[in-house]
Design a protein around this ligand. Structure first.
Ligand SMILES: *[C@@H]1O[C@H](CO)[C@@H](O)[C@H](O)[C@H]1NC(C)=O
Length: 134
């Protein structure tokens, strides 16, 4: 019961995969999954080069446009989504040397979650404080 996802979203990059870059292909695949979660678009159904599309939109400074609107409607923090997007963009860098390793990716995501938990504590505190002020 421990799924391992690999070689996902690689249609546009297959070619000369070399042995030493295999782990970085996993990083790319993980980045594509993150991009799918953030955008609500899938590479499989839409035959989309999702990484190129996201990079094109972000480079035009329309970052918010890439996000799945339903995530925003459900109250997802835009700041947190931008932070995860930045991790995903590093994962899908065309140059595999520039991609972080998965350990680094996991640490980055954990840091985003921890920041988020801290800010939730802070907002709960401020709710408590406003009750006390009443
Ligand atoms: C890929 O990584 C290189 C080196 O870190 C960086 O200069 C470049 O901007 C990255 N490309 C994208 C599209 O983020």
């Amino acid at each position: 019961m421990e799924p391992c996802i690999s070689k996902y979203g690689l249609m546009s990059t297959v070619g000369n995969i070399q042995e030493h870059s295999l782990f970085k292909e996993d990083t790319y695949a993980f980045g594509v999954i993150l991009l799918e979660l953030l955008t609500g678009r899938t590479v499989l159904n839409e035959g989309l080069d999702l990484a190129s599309w996201v990079l094109a939109v972000v480079s035009e400074e329309w970052t918010v446009e890439v996000f799945d609107k339903s995530l925003i409607r459900e109250g997802a923090s835009e700041e947190r989504m931008v932070n995860v997007l930045q991790v995903a963009i590093k994962c899908v860098n065309k140059s595999f040397e520039a991609r972080p390793n998965m350990r680094h990716v996991a640490l980055s995501i954990r840091a985003i979650i921890e920041d988020d938990e801290k800010s939730m504590d802070a907002s709960e505190l401020s709710v408590t404080r406003s009750f006390i002020d009443l």
